[in-house]
Ligand binder design. Structure first.
Ligand SMILES: *Cc1c(COP(=O)(O)O)cnc(C)c1O
Length: 407
């Protein structure tokens, strides 16, 4: 008698984006002449840059010729790409060996799969609010209890509030796995060195592991802010990092990411080398490598020309972020983020619930955003606005908010 994984029945998320779509559809059906504008998407909108397109073409051409054709590649990724990624970390003043870099089909799968190499008994801490994958992958693996009063039992929520600039303190009690995302989705907050050093000190003291998501590192323009957890002394002993070409180079549909698992990383009961070995084993067993065509595109992103082009793409989205941030501030709204991250995190006016504000913004300004409460209990009373979109559309949405939102 087959039974399904009972932990799936506990999941709550999956509700957020379908509910946004449902309410938007209902509004559009009732107001067919209104143009609904979107500041809700966490997806890139601008085309791939010329050198990346050329790289992808090179990948295709290699497959067209018997002399350069390749089939399965290494599960861990193409050597040249692993070396180029290690070289990027050298640019941050960090030593990462190429064989500590594992190329993948994206940061979402890696951040969902990484938990599988750790004990089922691990106590998990997440930022609240957080990217939903960290929570849901651990719910599915059975590391939490039931959903009760808006949170999962057994999960440690680290509150991110205006008072701590949306970067939490390390937990008071002992936890085993700590998920950190900086620059943060959804709050747009970026952790500074001192804040990350506090987590590294905590993890070393408690033999915990930090799972650091740096998918938005390319959006940091302030030179004092760390782009990698490995810029913090001691992080190679207690942290691993997951990252992606998605937001840096518009690869959300192309699919390419990587994880860095240092051979020096250790935890309770695992000598240095073991966590690295387990992730290698996991990937070799469950994953057959990223597309060879796409890895050529990734190499092109990391070329000097590719880096110039992706910097221009990031600057384009960050100009949108400024449009949103300044436009909302001009009408007296309180907003956070949007400076070194493509998300603006807005406090709802008058203490409105996130979903009530969603309806108000849609009805009055015809703008769709993302209710903060969809990212965890700490997101209630907040709203995420995304800088991904065409500049003219973002400008029109902000103008509509300024002219039509009743405050
Ligand atoms: C978009 C995003 C990613 C990227 O995921 P991919 O699978 O590489 O597209 C990872 N983490 C966060 C927090 C994100 O918002």
């Amino acid at each position: 008698m087959a039974k399904t994984n009972e932990h799936y029945d506990k999941l709550q998320a999956g509700y957020l984006f379908p509910e946004i779509a449902k309410r938007t559809r209902a509004f559009q059906a009732a107001h067919p002449d209104v143009k609904v504008m979107r500041l809700g998407i966490g997806d890139t909108t601008e085309p791939l840059s010329p050198s990346v397109i050329a790289g992808l073409h090179r990948g295709v051409e290699k497959l067209a010729d018997v002399k350069t054709y390749t089939g399965y590649g290494a599960e861990q990724g193409n050597t040249e790409l692993r070396e180029a990624l290690a070289q990027r970390y050298r640019g941050y003043g960090v030593t990462i060996e190429p064989d500590e870099v594992f190329v993948s089909d994206g940061a979402k799968p890696d951040s969902a799969n990484i938990q599988s190499i750790f004990s089922a008994e691990s106590v998990v801490a997440v930022q609240d609010p957080a990217y939903p994958v960290y929570v849901d992958s651990n719910v599915i693996a059975g590391r939490t209890g039931q959903w009760k009063d808006g949170r999962f039992e057994g999960l440690v929520y680290m509150p991110c509030t205006a008072a701590n600039s949306f970067i939490p303190e390390p937990p008071k009690g002992k936890v085993d796995l700590i998920y950190l995302c900086s620059p943060n989705n959804p709050t747009g907050a970026v952790a500074n060195r001192e804040q990350l050093a506090a987590f590294v000190a905590y993890a070393r003291k408690h033999r915990a592991v930090i799972i650091y998501d740096s998918a938005y590192a390319a959006y940091i323009s302030d030179p004092v802010l760390p782009r990698s957890i490995f810029e913090i002394d001691g992080a190679r002993e207690c942290a691993l990092e997951i990252s992606s070409f998605s937001k840096e180079a518009g690869f959300t549909g192309v699919r390419l990411g990587w994880s860095v698992v240092p051979k020096t990383l250790a935890c309770e009961g695992a000598e240095p080398g073991k966590v690295h070995r387990l992730w290698n084993r996991r990937q070799a067993t469950m994953f057959n490598g990223a597309s060879n065509v796409v890895q050529e595109g990734g190499l092109a992103v990391l070329s000097p020309e590719g880096q110039r082009e992706s910097a221009a793409m990031v600057a384009y989205y960050m100009a949108n972020a400024r449009t949103i941030k300044q436009g909302l501030e001009a009408i007296g709204l309180t907003v956070y983020g949007g400076v070194n991250a493509p998300y603006v995190w807005m406090q709802t006016p008058g203490g409105m619930k996130s979903w009530d504000f969603f309806d108000k913004l849609l009805n009055e300004a015809h703008v769709v955003g993302t209710p903060g409460s969809g990212f965890g209990p700490g997101g209630e009373g907040f709203f995420r606005l995304s800088a991904f979109g065409h500049a003219e559309d973002i400008g029109a949405a902000v103008t509509s908010i300024q002219n039509n939102l009743k405050l």
